[in-house]
Design a protein around this ligand. Structure first.
Ligand code: ZN
Length: 273
């Protein structure tokens, strides 16, 4: 088994400790060559300024988190979501991101119509696709674990995401996050099917027990995911990019010194990815 692709820092991993500027500086200090900012931190820093800082640090932007959240209670809400996604595409292009990561959205408030929500996701993506293509900004659908189907993303398997990619065509791919897909009995087949459409590879671990549905992700090696086995399949499919560490951990990693978090990420990237 060869070594994994280089490490990228998804800034949510140190969300509580660092601003985007501090994260950029932290990556430089620790020799991390990739970064994936979230839009709230990007807005705080200013898009132009962030673009300059990232460029001068020589970082590869492995993705911008995030667009999506398409389903809405009415036409006006869906329109607002589309407009926000068009802005997200521009921001991603301004910082030279490899892709815009889409967390597609779940059920609108009060709705029980998941089929309808999925149709709204497809329609929303169709509405932004021309702009994404013109901006040369690939859209990366991130299938989320089914426990988030109601409130975050009604696309829940890699197979389902790829069906949508097939339908939409050029300019759309997937973000494979081990946290969301590791349990899927069809994973190997779907990773092979994805091929070059894998635009990002996110790493962390599934803790047993998991104490919070959203904010209890584990450091690579601390949980039950066979990360190297998935990583090798992703590379065999043609992915040559970074391994992006993305850990939301309110009780543990967000409470530690950020430099220590980055040191452990680097160690575990070498030993457990
Ligand atoms: Zn992810």
């Amino acid at each position: 088994m060869g070594r994994p692709g280089p490490l990228s820092l998804n800034t949510i991993t140190v969300r509580e400790q660092w601003s985007l500027e501090q994260a950029i500086e932290g990556c430089r200090r620790h020799g991390i060559t990739g970064i994936a900012p979230w839009r709230d931190k990007l807005a705080e820093c200013g898009v132009e300024r962030a673009a300059r800082l990232i460029r001068s640090a020589g970082l590869c932007v492995t993705g911008l988190c995030r667009g999506g959240l398409f389903p809405g209670i009415d036409q006006a809400a869906r329109r607002r979501a589309i407009e926000d996604n068009l802005r997200a595409i521009d921001e991603a292009a301004a910082i030279g991101a490899r892709c815009l990561v889409l967390v597609v959205g779940g059920l609108p408030p009060g709705s029980k119509d998941i089929t309808g929500a999925r149709a709204q996701v497809r329609d929303g993506m169709m509405a932004i696709l021309d702009h994404a293509r013109r901006s040369q900004m690939p859209l990366a659908i991130e299938p989320l674990h089914p426990m988030y189907a109601a409130d975050r993303a009604c696309i829940n398997t890699l197979g389902q995401a790829l069906d949508l990619c097939d339908e939409l065509g050029e300019g759309v791919g997937v973000a494979v996050d081990v946290y969301h897909v590791w349990w899927d009995p069809d994973l190997a087949r779907q990773i092979a099917r994805a091929g070059r459409r894998i635009l990002a590879f996110h790493i962390c671990d599934w803790l047993v027990p998991t104490r919070d549905l959203l904010l209890d992700r584990g450091m690579m090696g601390d949980g039950v995911i066979d990360i190297p086995a998935i990583r090798v399949k992703v590379e065999a499919a043609g992915y040559e990019g970074h391994c992006e560490v993305e850990i939301m951990s309110a009780a543990n990693w967000w409470r530690r010194d950020a430099d220590e978090v980055l040191r452990v990420c680097i160690e575990r990237h070498a030993s457990s990815v």
